[in-house]
Design a protein around this ligand. Structure first.
Ligand code: NAG
Ligand code: NAG
Length: 336
């Protein structure tokens, strides 16, 4: 081969090599360009918050604050922002991240508006958490169609209206927090059908009314907080000695009215707050659980001797005061 030809062949080889070899700057970006574009739209819709200052076009969006990509596919699976300055309504573009599994906005005092209907498209969503924001409007019924949800937290917002019963049919749900809103209407009957074990249910600090559905007695809630609502009638079916995993029951500050005398309490119970209701009868001797961390039956219509034993004398008189005729330690009233 003559020298000039050799040189040009070499040149061509180099050019081909360079152009087929991946560009080191591009290959460092694992993020899908479509996801990146959607994220940038979300940032803009939230009025360019400082929280997302690291969201810079030149960097890999899988490295951005509050963004997580799938290990293998590199699609965005998680979007979050904790304690920041996101502002305005949650943009419908979040639904253009079709592989999203976790959506979490926490302590964002300037997020307003309703939960966007676009979220109904996020069929892979496992966890929806929008807490301590100013979102308003109802809890959308479509949440019941997102069958992969195992956790919903919408606490500390200004949500109104009833709780959709479709939520009770979510097959994987193990935790539901709707506390500290302005929710009205009853607890849905479907809440007795929750499938998940080790279930956490927080509905406190709302304006829920009516009777607690008896169906809830079919379910063991490890942790149930229905306090500070307007619930009435019976709640004894939430207990029962056959239950083995119930630990924390807070029913305080409602309008509940039932006879405590014959209620059997699960041995697993360590927290029982019934204060400010209309509960009558006596404190059953079986309630001498040794491990109580919290026990409060004050402001009810209870009578008779406070059983001795377990941890019942560990609490001061305020756990028992303002009842009809309770007596015995730690109250000053002696039993006749
Ligand atoms: C929310 O908006 C108000 C009014 O624009 C502003 O003063 C405040 O700093 C914002 N809060 C946050 C956490 O960004
Ligand atoms: C029991 O509840 C009442 C009413 O909220 C409260 O005043 C009291 O301090 C509580 N006592 C204990 C021991 O929790």
């Amino acid at each position: 081969m003559e020298a000039p030809k050799l040189v040009s062949t070499l040149f061509l080889t180099i050019i081909i090599f360079v152009s087929t070899c991946p560009n080191p700057f591009l290959s460092a970006q694992l993020c899908h360009p479509k996801d990146k574009n959607v994220l940038l739209q979300i940032k803009k819709a939230f009025k360019d918050p400082y929280t997302y200052a690291s969201w810079d076009t030149s960097s890999d969006c899988c490295d951005w604050y509050g963004v997580e990509c799938h290990e293998k596919t590199h699609q965005v699976i998680s979007l979050s922002a904790n304690n920041g300055d996101l502002s305005g309504p949650i943009p419908p573009q979040v639904a253009e991240l079709p592989y999203l599994q976790y959506l979490d906005f926490h302590k964002q005092p300037n997020i307003t508006g309703p939960i966007p209907t676009a979220i109904a498209k996020l069929k892979n969503l496992k966890s929806l958490s929008i807490t301590w924001t100013k979102i308003t409007g109802p809890i959308p019924d479509f949440l019941g169609q997102l069958k992969n949800l195992d956790f919903i937290a919408l606490s500390y917002n200004s949500l109104t209206g009833p709780i959709p019963s479709s939520i009770g049919l979510l097959p994987k749900l193990t935790g539901l927090r709707l506390d500290r809103n302005k929710l009205t209407g009853p607890i849905p009957d479907t809440f007795g059908q929750f499938k998940g074990n080790d279930f956490y249910l927080y509905l406190s600090h709302n304006q829920l009314s009516g009777k607690i559905p008896v169906s809830l007695g079919n379910k063991e809630f490890t942790y149930v907080d229905l306090s500070r609502n307007k619930l009435e009638g019976d709640a004894s079916f939430l207990f029962g000695s056959g239950k083995t995993t119930v630990q924390h029951v807070d029913l305080s500050r409602n309008l509940l009215e039932f006879d405590l005398s014959k209620v059997e309490f699960p041995k697993s119970l360590i927290f029982l707050d019934l204060n400010h209701n209309k509960i009558s009868g006596t404190i059953p001797a079986g309630l001498t659980v040794p491990e109580f961390q919290q026990f409060n039956v004050s402001y009810n219509r209870l009578c008779g001797k406070i059983p001795v034993g377990g941890s019942l004398q560990k609490f001061d008189y305020s756990a028992y005061f303002h009842n009809l005729c309770l007596c015995g330690a730690p109250l000053d009233q002696k039993c006749k």
